[in-house]
Design a protein around this ligand. Structure first.
Ligand code: PMP
Length: 435
């Protein structure tokens, strides 16, 4: 049993000593003290099914025994020296990662987070092309350091004093809320073609890169139509830009059919940024690109003290091995398809559900007060989260209005867990009063 400070003591300490910028979910914050595979426990021993994988970081299960064993052995031998000395783990992990990449993307730069990975991506594109303008998608999220905060296109994540230099935003392919009020496919992908206007009106006509999440995470599992990225990538490349996929949330088999979420769109990016699920819960990020693009990181000295440390590299390698050896991607496909079908059934009886979208185990349920006006049901989404928590289920939420439930569990969940989620959501939705 848990023997540390009480929840109230922890709250008091946080109020006094932790920056108020460290946000908590839930009106009554949840304290989690233990995890095992798809389950979490609070300090009182209550169990929760983790439907949000610690915001999509835990890819194969909390405290996965195979990974823990390898990392504990490494921790006892050597924790860190910095990358200025050789260590086998960084080389072995980079090799393994390259084996998962599209052809030609062989060289990785490791960081401690997704924000830093995106900083490296944008720096590389600007150095490589000699151009500054960068294009990202509206409704996207790319991190909290300065450049990624600029790439992020949600006002509530943007600080007023953060400069956003040479970052332009284009349409995300959010069919449910089409800015043109059109319908796919008769719309002819007007949203995707708009990137041409963005480039022509707002840049000198030559750009550094485009970066986009193939399926938006924080933005509420926005899943663009099939040919969306083909159009965007082609226009970006015509204007000298590189195309990057932010796979921080969608990568590592989560979308089921493919290892990388961009593969659902039949495009090949010039670089991929990663974090979260790459390390099953350890601070680890990376940017992988081609040999010629990677060369620009030698233009000056660039150093990341903890990036590529033996512990993170060992955990990253062990995570990728578990994904391969334990058929994790196949499970994401099977359980994810089952879960999505059941959520679609639920949509038929629950009027609050405006749309169910996503692939594999990256699913979103957008709640609306009225299916015609699509008025975002944001307070209702928050109430659903609270009620689910009370019943032992953790889900997330996202989207500009915070009205999309996000379901992204560790990829080891079973069909029974998926059924529990749907039953729990059904019961909870029955209790929610529409405002
Ligand atoms: N990109 C995406 C798509 C993300 O979801 C996030 C984190 N939510 C980031 C980048 C930033 O990662 P980190 O918080 O590790 O800096």
């Amino acid at each position: 049993p848990y023997e540390g400070p009480t929840r109230d003591e922890v709250i008091a300490l946080r109020h006094q000593y932790v920056s108020p910028g460290v946000l908590t979910y839930y009106q009554d914050p949840l304290m989690i003290v233990e995890g095992n595979m798809q389950y979490l426990w609070d300090e009182k021993g209550k169990r929760y099914l983790d439907g949000f994988a610690g915001i999509v970081t835990v890819s194969v299960g909390h405290c996965h025994p195979t990974i823990i064993e390898k990392v504990q052995a490494q921790t006892g031998r050597l924790q860190h020296t910095t990358t200025i000395y050789l260590h086998p783990a960084i080389a072995q992990f980079a090799e393994k990662l390259a084996s998962k990449m599209p052809e030609g993307l062989t060289r990785s730069y490791f960081t401690n987070s997704g924000s830093e990975a995106n900083e490296v991506a944008i720096l590389s594109a600007r150095e490589y092309t000699g151009n500054e303008p960068v294009i990202a998608l509206r409704n996207g999220y790319h991190g909290g350091t300065s450049i990624p905060m600029g790439l992020t296109a949600h006002g509530n994540w943007k600080f007023k004093s953060n400069p956003q230099l040479n970052v332009l935003h284009t349409n995300p392919g959010y069919c449910y809320r089409c800015p043109y009020d059109l319908e796919y496919p008769s719309c002819d992908l007007k949203c995707a073609y708009d990137v041409k206007n963005v480039i022509q009106y707002q840049s000198p006509g030559e750009i550094a890169c485009f970066i986009g999440e193939p399926i938006q995470g924080v933005g509420g599992t926005v899943t663009p139509p099939k040919d969306f990225f083909k159009v965007v990538y082609e226009i970006v490349r015509q204007h000298g830009g590189l195309c990057f996929a932010d796979e921080v949330q969608g990568g590592f088999g989560r979308t089921g059919h493919h290892y990388w979420s961009h593969q659902n769109y039949d495009v090949v990016p010039d670089g991929i940024s990663m974090a979260k699920g790459i390390g099953n819960g350890i601070p680890l990020g990376g940017f992988t690109t081609s040999e010629p693009i990677s060369e620009v990181m030698k233009n000056r000295i660039h150093f990341n003290t903890f990036g590529g440390n033996p512990i993170s590299m060992t955990q990253g390698l062990a995570t990728l091995e578990v994904i391969d050896e334990q058929n994790i991607q196949q499970n994401a496909l099977e359980v994810g398809s089952h879960l999505k079908n059941r959520l679609l059934e639920l949509q038929e009886k629950q009027p609050l559900i405006g749309e169910v979208r996503g692939l594999g185990l990256m699913l979103g349920v957008e709640l609306v007060r009225d299916r015609k006006t699509k008025e975002p049901a944001n307070t209702e989404a928050a109430a659903v989260m609270e009620e689910c928590k009370n019943r032992g289920l953790i889900v997330g939420k996202g989207g500009l209005f915070g009205n999309t439930l996000r379901i992204k569990p560790p990829m080891c969940i079973t069909k029974e867990d998926a059924d529990f989620m749907v039953e729990c959501l059904d019961e909870v939705l029955n209790t929610i009063q529409i405002k």
